[in-house]
Ligand binder design. Structure first.
Ligand code: BGC
Length: 282
């Protein structure tokens, strides 16, 4: 069997089954990349969506427009997730507009890479503040609203769902990206600790840990044939992930189909965490 190394993958359509009908979702960092695909898929699945972004108002408005075309409500909201006041305002506005929140996708994240001994305190703080503290701030506001509202059986079995966007680098150490790996390792135990604490309130908290996905964050790793072939040495399934691979996982995790799933990291990585270097030898 020949393995296509640089595929033009035709992805199946995102779910059109409206498994999230009547729910209200916030997807942070959803003007582009994984967040954009997740926001659109959640909208197609029937939820109303707040498209959060920090920069790129036009792109965010386009994402909101695409969701609106599918029959759900959507609007774009600018906020820096690492800023407590802006996060509080974003939730206040969402509750005013949509009445409540049922689904938070804690997606906003960034990389600021540097060799360890050249990493500045600004690079360290920016990545920890957005990737980890940002997820804390948004999760805290969501849990407050989930507890206040409680379960509404006609809408969902649970009082609320949080999906944290983590990374295979919550498991795999990553030289040259110490701030990023530390932030994702932090997300993993933050997610599990919140899940343990709020499960009795019928709140589900899980993560998705994507591998290499074709988005702007890692463009140099896939945009040339040479880089792509090198990347594939790390991916046993021999194709890059597409944002829709993550979006489908997010819709399932947010839906009642996953009602008994709590406190787990769902790895979606084409086998990157299978340590392909050990396929021979060891
Ligand atoms: C990073 C990407 C990287 C991937 C696999 C992701 O979390 O943001 O830059 O390609 O992990 O290493």
């Amino acid at each position: 069997m020949s393995v296509e190394q640089y595929p033009d993958v035709v992805m199946p359509e995102c779910p059109v089954e409206r498994v999230l009908e009547g729910q209200k979702a916030l997807v942070t960092g959803s003007a582009s990349g994984i967040g954009k695909a997740v926001a659109i898929a959640i909208g197609k699945a029937g939820a109303d969506v707040v498209v959060n972004y920090r920069g790129g108002a036009d792109q965010a408005n386009e994402v909101a427009a695409e969701i609106t075309k599918c029959g759900s409500r959507a609007y774009a909201h600018q906020a820096d997730v690492s800023n407590e006041d802006q996060v509080k305002d974003m939730f206040r506005k969402m509750i005013q507009e949509f009445g409540t929140i049922d689904i938070l996708v804690n997606n906003a994240g960034l990389q600021q890479d540097a060799p360890f001994d050249e990493m500045t305190i600004d690079q360290w703080n920016t990545v920890i503040n957005v990737n980890l503290t940002g997820q804390f701030l948004c999760a805290r506001e969501a849990v407050r609203e989930f507890k206040r509202r409680d379960v509404v059986k006609a809408v969902s079995c649970s009082a609320g769902k949080i999906i944290c966007m983590s990374s295979v680098h919550e498991i795999i150490p990553w030289a040259g990206h110490v701030n990023y790996a530390a932030s994702k390792g932090g997300v993993m135990l933050m997610m599990k600790s919140i899940a343990q604490e709020v499960a009795p309130f019928r709140i589900r908290v899980n993560s998705i840990a994507p591998g290499a996905i074709r988005t702007p964050i890692n463009r140099p790793a896939w945009e040339t044939r040479e880089a792509y072939d090198k990347l594939m040495e790390l991916v046993p399934y021999k194709r890059i992930g597409e944002p829709e691979d993550i979006a489908r996982a997010a819709v399932w995790l947010a839906s009642d189909h996953a009602d008994y799933v709590n406190g787990v990291s769902l790895v979606v990585d084409g086998g990157m965490t299978l340590y392909p270097g050990f396929a021979e030898g060891g």
